[in-house]
Design a protein around this ligand. Structure first.
Ligand SMILES: NC(=O)c1ccc[n+]([C@@H]2O[C@H](COP(=O)([O-])OP(=O)(O)OC[C@H]3O[C@@H](n4cnc5c(N)ncnc54)[C@H](OP(=O)(O)O)[C@@H]3O)[C@@H](O)[C@H]2O)c1
Length: 309
């Protein structure tokens, strides 16, 4: 398992993250087995959000009930959560951020979050309010580091005018098949090619230039929660063929290859796994440091349907 220090933090952690969005119906024992399989594979980073679950803080509560960390253990893992999505609207107000973090800490049964992310851009936000909330949370020792999710470079810059803490993470949707973040730059300038349309104002290059760690969510989803491309030979025959071949070459399960496609990128991204199957955690985590060659990386890219002009 590859580990690295996230720039502008004192967090050293795995480049694979276990996401806990799908655990609400699992038993305590199943959650412990899932988390145990992650830790056995070398995963030290856990991703939550206040909104995950059937009610606010649902998944955080299930995690807190099932998993107990000793003080030493707590320092050896990274717990990240998010705030800002409410039922029917988004809310970056100071009051909501402060209340939600208190509820997250109670649900997770922990004294502090290592990282808090603003979940999706709230166009009605006042950056000064976000800044005041972050100052309060940091001064109280409730949150150690801050970041964003699904936000454009301009939105990050706007926050940075008021927020004094570094914004160290941007968590974004990225898989081999859903890769506008990467694919656009490869085909910039091509008339008439959908891939050439810039939909995020250059998040990838901005993040690299500003030492913001990108975290890839939905690494196995075809698109926006519409199923897994891995093993879908009807819709992705060529991609699955290349995945099979490379899994054989590197002696790993097929699930490791889509992960390796993300971790192989020099932007030093993290991959947020969403599986609740302990065997899938182990198989996927093996992609942490598979050294795909450039040629193999581009073969996967084109087999997924992206263009090299
Ligand atoms: N920031 C955001 O806006 C945002 C949005 C969505 C999610 N997230 C975070 O990202 C995490 C991952 O998202 P996600 O759950 O959509 O990611 P995902 O890992 O791409 O999708 C999970 C789904 O894929 C299936 N799957 C995973 N590996 C598999 C394998 N090897 N073989 C067959 N099926 C497999 C899982 O089924 P099994 O359980 O059966 O393996 C599950 O149904 C979430 O937990 C959450 O922490 C963030």
């Amino acid at each position: 398992m590859k580990t690295f220090t996230l720039p502008n933090t004192d967090i050293t952690a795995s480049n694979i993250i276990l996401g806990l969005m799908r655990i609400s119906s699992l038993s305590d024992e199943e959650i412990r087995t899932l988390v145990g399989s992650a830790r056995d594979a070398g995963i030290t980073f856990f991703d939550h959000a206040d909104v995950y679950g059937t009610e606010p803080h649902g998944c955080e509560t299930r995690f807190g009930q099932a998993v107990t960390f000793s003080a030493a253990d707590r320092e050896s893992v990274v717990i990240q959560s998010k705030v800002g999505i409410r039922k029917g609207y988004w809310d970056f107000s100071k009051q909501h951020i402060l209340e939600s973090v208190d509820e997250s800490l109670a649900a997770l049964q922990t004294e502090y979050l290592d990282l808090l992310l603003l979940h999706r851009p709230d166009t009605l936000m006042e950056p000064e309010e976000v800044a005041a909330a972050f100052d309060t949370l940091q001064a109280a020792g409730k949150v150690r580091n801050f970041g964003v999710s699904n936000q454009t470079p301009g939105q990050v810059e706007l926050l940075k005018r008021s927020v004094k803490q570094p914004l160290v993470v941007n968590q974004v949707q990225l898989s081999i098949t859903h890769a506008p973040l990467i694919a656009q730059g490869i085909a910039a300038n091509m008339a008439g090619l959908d891939q050439s349309i810039d939909r995020d104002n250059g998040i990838l290059d901005y993040s690299r230039l500003h030492d913001i760690t990108l975290q890839a969510w939905s690494p196995f989803q075809k698109g926006f929660f519409d199923g897994v491309f891995l093993g879908d030979r009807e819709n992705y025959p060529e991609l699955n063929e290349v995945i099979d071949e490379l899994a054989g070459k590197y002696g790993v399960a097929t699930a490791a290859i889509p992960v390796a496609w993300i971790t192989r990128h020099p932007a030093n991204m993290q991959v947020v796994l969403g599986t609740t199957n302990p065997a899938h955690v182990k198989d996927s985590a093996a992609g942490s440091d598979v050294p795909l060659t450039s040629e193999e990386w581009y073969r996967l890219f084109t087999a997924a349907g992206h263009k090299l002009p």
